[in-house]
Design a protein around this ligand. Structure first.
Ligand code: DAH
Length: 344
């Protein structure tokens, strides 16, 4: 038995010394020291030994067990150390590498233009009003003097949700909403930035959705000259101190008289170039004196009160101001385009 124990020790230590990984080590531990392992197997024969032999063999058995255990532990520690080293190597941070730059976001050019326009009008005493993007037929059309079946509705192809609800085609409905909410009080002096929707083709200058800014002033003795002065002040702040404006007669159902407003081309200063199609002028907004019927429908007596209104497309202003020739750049979210408008 003593020889078998010595042989087992020899074999086990030899096997253990060649063990390649923690998995193999666990297998060897079971094989030699497990409940059904080789050592237990040999020691099971102790029952047949004499009383003198038993403690001697018992002691040898213990020594063999300790020797095997010691080597297993040593190997176990070795593998754990290897594992830790491998993990540390894999997780190593090279602090000498250059950092990855964090890309910084910026305010979208359309929002920059909206904020700029808001600032200019707030500086002139206006407040900001808002209205819903899903609008009723009444506010989008009827309250603006566009009765059902009126041919001027054709100017704006619309997305209808029901017979009575549509995606607003303009920010003008906020005029009627604001006047109603003011219940005949003056002055009304608001601008309303917002998104509008039209059943338009998508091309370089059209989009099914875009932004407008509406303006409305109602009070006593508001005149066309107030409108002109206001717009001149606005365009000079927006496009430069030398800007001139020109009013051309036009038609909008909610204003009378109506005008379209041009500014001197910011590219050539009015001498004529490709951008202004050699006219020296660029159209930037629609405007006019609030139609008496619009005032009346929203609770203002046109005999006592008058007002002016205007509406402009934010994309168009941004395209002119920055020389962008395709409206779709604003919506594609291409960082190379947007980054050019980032302010540091
Ligand atoms: N709502 C008009 C449009 O979308 C723009 C407009 C023109 C607004 C004249 C006005 C205005 O307030 O007075 O084409």
């Amino acid at each position: 038995m003593k020889e078998r124990l010595e042989a087992l020790k020899h074999e086990a230590l030899e096997q253990l010394s060649k063990v390649a990984d923690a998995g193999q080590l666990a297998e060897l531990r079971v094989k030699y020291l497990g409940k059904k392992g080789a050592l237990t197997e040999i020691l099971r024969g102790m029952g047949s030994l004499s009383a003198e032999e038993r403690p001697v063999i018992g002691q040898i058995g213990n020594e063999v067990r300790s020797a095997i255990e010691a080597l297993i532990e040593e190997k176990q520690a070795h593998f754990e150390r290897l594992e830790t080293e491998a993990r540390l190597a894999a997780e190593k941070v090279d602090v000498t590498l250059p950092g990855r730059p964090l890309r910084q976001g910026a305010v979208h050019p359309l929002n920059q233009v909206i904020q700029q326009i808001e600032d200019i009008f707030i500086g002139m005493g206006y407040s900001i009003a808002e209205g819903p993007e899903v609008e009723t037929d009444y506010y989008n059309f009827e309250a603006l003097n566009l009765p059902k079946n009126h041919p001027a509705r054709d100017m704006q192809d619309s997305f209808y949700l029901t017979d009575d609800l549509l995606m607003r085609t303009q920010t003008s409905p906020v005029q009627a909403r604001t006047m109603e909410a003011m219940k005949g009080e003056v002055p009304v002096k608001i601008i309303c930035p917002g998104r509008v929707f039209r059943r338009d083709d998508d091309d370089a200058t059209h989009s099914f959705q875009f932004h407008q800014i509406e303006g409305l002033v109602v009070g006593k003795k508001i005149r066309m000259s107030d409108l002109k002065g206001t717009l001149l002040e606005f365009t000079r702040k927006m496009f430069g101190a030398n800007t001139q404006i020109r009013l051309r007669p036009s038609f909008f159902p909610f204003t009378e008289p109506s005008v379209e407003v041009d500014v001197t081309c910011m590219k050539c200063g009015g001498s004529g170039c490709r951008v202004c199609k050699h006219t020296g002028w660029l159209e930037i907004l629609g405007s006019g004196m609030v139609h008496p019927r619009v005032l009346e429908m929203s609770g203002y007596d046109p005999e006592e009160y008058s007002g002016f209104a205007f509406g402009m497309g934010v994309e168009r202003i941004a395209m002119l101001k920055y020389g962008v020739d395709d409206i779709r750049y604003f919506y594609n979210n291409d960082g190379r385009f947007l980054q050019q408008f980032a302010r540091v």
